[in-house]
Structure formats: C-alpha cells, structure tokens
Design a protein. Structure first.
Length: 106
C-alpha cells in the first residue's frame, strides 16, 4: 500500500498520524528512522531486530535492505521542488539590492 498524507508538527513537537495509520499500530511497535536533508522515513522493524542491532552496536545493513532504499529514491523523485541553496538566496538578495539601488539613483 502506498499513500501520501500531509501532517503537521504539534506545539509539543509531535507528529499526529492519521487514524488509518494509527489503527495499524500497536503499543510498543518500534521503528527505524532515517533522515536525509528534508526527508524523514520511518520503517517498522521487529523488536528482536532492533535489540540485536543495539547489542551488536551495528547500523542498518544497506545492502540487505535495498528495497527500502529503492523506495527512498522513488520518494525523493516525487519531491517536485528542490530546496533553495544558500548561493541562490544570496544571488537573489544581491539582484534585489542592485535593482533597488538603481531605482534610488533615478
């Protein structure tokens, strides 16, 4: 099942999941969290998997989890607007200031 939903961060810094997602969760479910730039992905894992990773002090095995990262790539491609870089912001500010300066001289 694939779905897209917009959710907001509450004043307490929490994310409220839609009821159709919450109904699939049980108390004590554990998730791995990946964050890359402006993308955050949660993946449900078996409790024993998390415990084994903690005991072994291991990270995620990226090779054995290629399906997950293929999904990440697909989600990244859905992002239609790339974030504005610092350089682009500075260029826009410079351009605006130059235009404003020209108007003030007139």
């Amino acid at each position: 099942m694939t779905s897209k939903t917009v959710i907001q961060v509450t004043a307490n810094g929490q994310l409220e999941l839609p009821s159709e997602i919450r109904s699939q969760l049980q108390s004590g479910d554990e998730f791995l969290l990946w964050q890359e730039e402006d993308t955050i992905i949660l993946k449900r894992v078996e409790k024993s998997t998390v415990e084994e990773m903690v005991k072994a002090k291991k990270g995620v095995n990226h090779k054995s989890d290629s399906h997950f990262f293929e999904l990440c790539d697909r989600l990244h491609k859905l992002n239609e607007i790339d974030p504005i870089s610092s350089e682009e912001i500075q260029a826009e500010i410079k351009s605006y200031r130059q235009e404003k300066h020209k108007v003030n001289l007139s």
